[in-house]
Design a protein around this ligand. Structure first.
Ligand code: FAD
Length: 553
C-alpha cells in the first residue's frame, strides 16, 4: 500500500521533518510515521492500517509534492491489536474524550502534533452525554411547555398542550447522538487516533489502553489527563441508589420520564436546574439543602432571586436542613427524613434525586506508576499551567478540582497545548463565567461583592433591573437585573452578575470586559442594539458613573 503526501496548500514547499519509523518496522493504524512541514503548519503522516513498513521513499529535509509516495506499507491483519509490544508513538496522548480532552485533541492537531485519544465510554464525556447538553435539551422542552401554559399573557389561547415525556427524552437523545457523531467526525478529519478503551499509566512516558480483550501501548512525549468526575453519593443514599427510587443526575437523564413528585437533595447548580426542570414539567418538587442558602458559591443576589422565583413557582426549598434517612414505603414511594432547626420532617415523593456534588474521577488511571500527585480531595494536582507533578504530563477539567465547568475544561486544554508548543500562558480561572439554567437564568463572571469585600478591593457596584428594560417587558420576563462591579480607582470592570432573560448570552460581554480589564467608560462608549436585553449591560455600566438613564435613582 502506497502512503502518499496529501494536497499541499499555499506557495511554500512541503518539507519532510522527522521520520519516526525504520524500514521493516511493524506499525499500528494511526501511528505517526513522519511530520511534514507545509506552509499551513506541520502535518502528521500516519499509518492508514496496521502493517509493516517495507520502504521509506523520502528523507528528512527533502521537499515533497502532493501525491508523492512517501512510504510503502504491507498491511497485516489486526492480530497486533492483541500485541502489547506494539507501541503507538505520539506527540500527545489524551485520556478522556470530554470537552477537556476532545477540544485539546482538535487544537493540538491543528497545531501540528500527532494525537492519540483514549475514551472508555462515549465521546463528548459527561458534558455531552450526561451533563450540560442533555439537561439543557430537557430544560428547553420543559420551559417551552411552561411558556405555552403562560401563553394567555401574550394573547394566545392554547387549550390542549401536553408534554409527552417519551418524545422529550427521544429529542434529547437525538441531540446528544448528533453532537457525538459531530465530535467523532471532527476528530477523524483532524487525524486524531481514537482508541475506545481505558487508559492507565505504566510509567512517565507510557500508557496501556485496554479495549476489551485487546490492549495497546502508547508512548507519548506529552500527556493530558482529562478523565472528568463522577457523582459523589451521600452515605444515606447508598442503600437505595440504583433502585430507580434514588437517582443521581445521570440516571435522571436516562429515566425516560418525569416523576410526578421528587425530593432533590442538594441545592447547588445541578440540584436547582433539575428543580426548575421538573417543576416546569409539572412535578411537585421539594429541595433540601444542608447549607444555610441555595447555590452556595454564587453571588448572594443570584441566590435570593432564584430562591424567590423557586417559591413563586411552588418549589418547596428547605435550607439549613440535614437529611438523615431515606426509606421506601410499601407502595414504593420514597420517604426522606430531614432535620431543620431541631425539628424532624419527612417528604414523601415518587423519587429522590441526589445532587450533592461530584468528585474527581481517577479510577484505573494508575497514577502511581507515573508518580503523579493527587490532592487531599483526590484531584490531580496541577500548577497554574495545568502541569501535574510530572513534567510533560498535564491534567485538565473536572479531574483537577479547579473548576467543574465544560468551557473551563476546554480552555485549560487549549492552554496546555499552547504550553507544549511554547506559547504557554497560565490559566486565568478568575474570569471563567458560570451559568445556571434555572427560570430565570443566572450567570456571573469575575469577582462578586463578597470577593471584593474579603480582599479589601475598593469597588463600586451598579444594578439595573430588567423591570426597566423594554425588551424584557416584550419577552414577559422582567424578573432580575444586571449588576456590574468596577474598581473605584482604576475603573476596570471586576465582575458582573446577570439574573434574568438571556443571562447565559449576556455574560459573554461581561466576561470580555473582565478578562480584558475594560473600564466602565469603554463599556458605555460601546453601542448596544435596541431593543435587546444587552442594553441592560450598558445601563448597569452607566450606573457606575452618572447613573442608569432608564432607571430613576
Ligand atoms: P468529562 O466530560 O467528565 O469527560 C471525561 C471522560 O474521560 C469521560 O468520557 C470518561 O469516560 C473518560 N475517562 C475517564 N477515565 C478514563 C480512562 N482511564 N481511560 C479512558 N477514558 C477515561 N458544565 C457547564 O459548563 N455547563 C453546564 O450547563 C453544565 N451542566 C451540567 C449538568 C450536569 C447534570 C452535570 C453532571 C454536569 C454539568 N456540567 C456543566 C459540568 C460539565 O459536564 C463538566 O464540567 C465537564 O464535562 C468536564 O469535562 P472533562 O473533559 O473534564 O470531563
Amino acid at each position: 500500500m502506497d502512503i502518499k503526501m496529501g494536497p499541499v496548500m499555499g506557495k511554500a514547499p512541503a518539507v519532510v521533518g522527522t521520520i519516526e519509523i525504520q524500514p521493516g518496522q511493524r506499525v499500528a493504524a494511526g501511528q505517526l510515521l513522519a511530520q511534514v512541514e507545509t506552509g499551513k503548519g506541520n502535518r502528521p503522516i500516519k499509518a492508514p492500517a496496521d502493517g509493516i513498513i517495507d520502504t521509506i521513499l523520502c528523507a528528512e529535509g527533502e521537499q515533497v509534492i502532493s501525491g508523492q509516495t512517501l512510504f510503502i506499507l504491507t498491511e497485516s491483519s489486526g492480530s497486533q491489536e492483541n500485541d502489547e509490544n506494539t507501541v503507538l508513538k505520539t506527540d500527545l496522548f489524551i485520556i478522556g474524550g470530554g470537552p477537556g480532552g476532545y477540544v485539546a485533541a482538535l487544537y493540538a492537531s491543528k497545531s501540528g502534533m500527532s494525537v492519540v485519544l483514549a475514551e472508555k465510554e462515549l465521546l463528548g464525556g459527561t458534558c455531552l452525554n450526561c451533563g450540560c447538553i442533555p439537561t439543557k435539551a430537557l430544560i428547553q422542552s420543559a420551559q417551552l411547555f411552561r411558556q405555552i401554559r403562560l401563553a394567555g399573557a401574550f394573547g394566545i389561547s392554547v387549550t390542549d398542550a401536553s408534554l409527552i415525556p417519551e418524545q422529550v427524552f427521544r429529542r434529547k437523545e437525538d441531540i446528544c447522538s448528533d453532537l457525538r457523531d459531530g465530535v467523532a467526525s471532527l476528530l477523524e478529519s483532524a487525524n486524531v487516533t481514537v482508541l475506545n478503551g481505558t487508559a492507565s499509566f505504566t510509567g512517565k512516558t507510557h500508557c496501556l489502553v485496554r479495549m476489551g480483550e485487546k490492549t495497546r501501548t502508547v508512548e507519548f512525549k506529552n500527556a493530558i489527563i482529562a478523565s472528568g468526575s463522577q457523582p459523589s453519593l451521600p452515605p444515606f443514599a447508598r442503600a437505595l441508589h440504583n433502585s430507580s427510587l434514588v437517582m443521581d443526575s445521570r440516571q435522571a437523564l436516562d429515566a425516560g420520564t418525569f416523576p410526578g413528585s421528587v425530593t432533590i437533595i442538594g441545592a447547588g447548580v445541578i440540584g436547582m436546574e433539575f428543580a426548575f426542570l421538573y417543576r416546569s414539567a409539572g412535578a411537585a418538587v421539594y429541595v433540601i439543602e444542608f447549607q444555610p442558602r441555595i447555590l452556595g458559591n454564587t453571588d448572594d443576589d443570584i441566590a435570593s432571586v432564584i430562591l424567590d422565583e423557586a417559591r413563586k413557582q411552588s418549589i418547596s426549598v428547605y435550607t439549613g436542613a440535614k437529611v438523615t434517612d431515606i426509606r421506601r414505603t410499601v407502595s414504593g414511594q420514597a420517604v426522606v427524613t430531614f432535620e431543620q432547626n431541631g425539628a424532624s420532617y419527612t417528604a414523601v415523593t415518587d423519587v429522590v434525586l441526589t445532587a450533592t456534588g461530584r468528585r474527581p474521577y481517577t479510577e484505573g488511571l494508575n497514577l502511581e506508576a507515573a508518580g503523579i500527585s493527587v490532592t487531599e480531595q483526590g484531584a490531580v494536582w496541577t500548577s497554574d499551567f495545568m502541569e501535574t507533578s510530572v513534567p510533560g504530563i498535564y491534567a485538565i477539567g473536572d479531574v483537577t478540582g479547579k473548576s467543574a465547568l465544560a468551557h473551563a475544561a476546554s480552555h485549560q486544554g487549549i492552554a496546555v497545548v499552547d504550553t507544549v508548543i511554547g506559547k504557554g500562558h497560565a490559566v486565568d480561572h478568575a474570569s471563567v463565567p458560570s451559568v445556571i439554567f434555572t427560570s430565570p437564568e443566572a450567570a456571573c463572571a469575575g469577582l462578586t461583592e463578597h470577593d471584593c469585600r474579603n480582599r479589601g478591593i475598593p469597588y463600586i457596584a451598579s444594578r439595573f433591573a430588567f423591570a426597566a428594560s423594554g425588551k424584557a417587558k416584550i419577552m414577559g420576563e422582567t424578573v432580575g437585573f444586571v449588576k456590574l462591579l468596577c474598581h473605584k480607582e482604576t475603573r476596570q470592570i471586576l465582575g458582573g452578575t446577570v439574573v434574568g432573560p438571556d443571562a447565559s448570552a449576556l455574560i459573554g460581554t461581561i466576561t470580555l470586559a473582565v478578562k480584558n480589564k475594560l473600564t466602565d467608560a469603554q463599556l458605555t462608549q460601546t453601542v448596544f442594539a435596541h431593543p435587546t436585553t444587552s442594553e441592560a449591560v450598558f445601563e448597569a455600566a452607566m450606573g457606575l458613573s452618572c447613573g442608569a438613564l432608564h432607571q430613576s435613582t
